[in-house]
Design a protein. Structure first.
Length: 100
């Protein structure tokens, strides 16, 4: 199953969980109907959001980046920087601030 199919499955599951929470809130809570439905909708939205966040971390993760061949990074000049397999932030320049 591709990414699109997985996302469609997550969306369908989130809508199902949301509707189930609204239905259970309406059936089980002891308050008036508008409060029961609102509480069920709030709980359903929270659960569907958690499901979406979890799915994003699982489905959205891609393959790790391909490593380059050793010794291919070169730099020349007064402030040149050459890195290989860097997992952090490199700050160069006079003031050391990161600009995005």
């Amino acid at each position: 199953m591709g990414r699109t199919g997985r996302w469609l499955l997550v969306i369908f599951g989130s809508l199902l969980v949301f509707g189930l929470c609204v239905l259970l809130g309406d059936l089980l809570l002891p308050w008036d109907q508008s409060t029961r439905i609102g509480t069920g909708a709030g709980a359903g939205a929270v659960i569907a959001g958690v499901l979406g966040a979890w799915a994003s971390s699982v489905i959205g993760s891609s393959a790790p980046p391909v490593a380059t061949m050793p010794g291919t990074s070169t730099a020349s000049g007064e402030r040149a920087v050459a890195t290989q397999d860097n997992s952090g932030v490199i700050i160069t320049g006079d003031n050391g601030t990161v600009q995005r």
